[in-house]
Design a protein around this ligand. Sequence first.
Ligand code: GLY
Length: 580
Amino acid sequence: MSAFPTPYVSPMLRPLAVVLALLAAVACGEPSQLQTVAGGEMLTVENGAVASTNLWSSRAGAEVLLEGGNAVDAAIAVGFALAVTNPTAGNIGGGGFMVVRTPDGETTTFDFREKAPLASHPEMFYDEDGEFSRDIRHRSHISVGVPGTVAGFELAHQRLGQADWARLVEPSIGLARDGIELTPDLAGSIANAVGRMQERGYEASVQAFSRDGVPYEAGELWQQPDLAMTLERIRDEGRDGFYRGETADLLVAEMERGGGIITHEDLEIYEAVERAPIEGTFLGYDVISMGPPSSGGTAIVQMLNILEGFDLPAIGHNSPEYVHHVAEAMRFAFRDRAAHLADMDFSDVPLERLTSKEYADELRAQIDPDMAGESSVADVELAMESAETTHYSVVDADGMAVSVTYTLEGGYGSHITVPGAGFLLNNEMGDFNAGPGITDETGLIGTEPNLARPEQRMLSSMSPTILARDGELVAVIGTPGGRTIINTVLQLALNRMAFQMEPMEMLSAGRFHHQWLPDRITVEEAIATPELMSRLEEMGHTVEPRTRQGAAHSIVIDMETGERIGIPDPRITDGTAVGY
Ligand code: GLY
């Protein structure tokens, strides 16, 4: 049963949202061949499609596809456009991951996760009294990792792109320079962020995101001239336009002003990396996802391997028994994530074992069909991760598929805008562990693998994923949501692979989350019926309702017609799919 048959906002507003999206498309001179749908609608097209969190970005990518660019080209254009139009997570001052499947079935990934600056060390988040400080780790210039997005996009473009680089950056420059008319959701989000920026005394941010401290209203034009100039440097010089010259000078000056540690050398030596994906199988499907420093692909394959041994349709989708079995698989995967996952350039991660069918057999045998397992409090809890990330999906006319999730970590990252350069810096250092040996009941973790060290990448949950079967592309999926990312992507994959759900059902079906510790299942309100919750409690689970989980802008292929079905997650009002 669908939990979200219409957008998460009032269904009464949905037709209005669609009309507004279409009007905005026309006002922006969208080529007539492009079709557009807003959250809650499905786009069905024969050639190329983009699904992302807003119209401006999906359109920027779809126009590249229409002009003959491939899915990697379009993904780069979407990423730059989001850096202007989605300040909670879109970025050039953060990082992320891109998973690619070519039309002939080759797969690869691009890791542009931020890195710890050279001056980092495991105890860098302690205050002058030697006490761990959450504020230093997550709310300071120290919390900023060396950004990776521009280097990652350039690497992906060099490897697989075919359009002119400048063409891919150009739409974002126009959006920043000419401005965008704020939607109600975006205006509200920015107004909240400006309050926090004022509290923290980040004047350049207040200037960039308000009119002298007065928040913009919905419908007002929001221009970002400094960001436009930074993007022009990136357009003209590629990565050097960000990691060298004026942009780098401005970033380093802000670090020196605010007590941060990123230097010119940190920027110079930052490299994005092309890595092999994590690949698994489930009932004849191929699952292609992101490996370390993401924990996502590893955990998803581990859970799918466990669940493949159960007859899930017989158990019944989102029945109490289903939630129980899937939650027990989640418990194992998140325990192993805490114990083992980190940047493999710095730690040995037993990937082969974690993703093997044999290990899954061992774990499956430990699941009691009627009783919740245990998460030992002697074990460790993970550091908090923000839900503020963004995901987008692209498929081109030839069938190349690209799945991108990228982030600033917290919404608006560190809230620090680089003065004169107009872009927000991440607070991704908060995804490192707190400090050596300081694991405690409050959620701090001090295990070795994910401690901050020079040039190490912090552990992530971002899980851009592609599904295929018999050599054919099936779906491009992913989502924001901190640690819930992993479980949302798992459930999207199960909805398709185990239950053969139609695309909208696959996206709208209710979601739930268990992450080992805290030992509880959170369940989307739309499916958190008294019957479900009480039966899970009888089995020994602690359960809690939650408003919504994820924003999984996805593309599914109709296996009979080959049509691309773009589905902005119905939970998100501004989500948009554009294609032709
Ligand atoms: N900062 C969220 C993540 O990387 O998973």
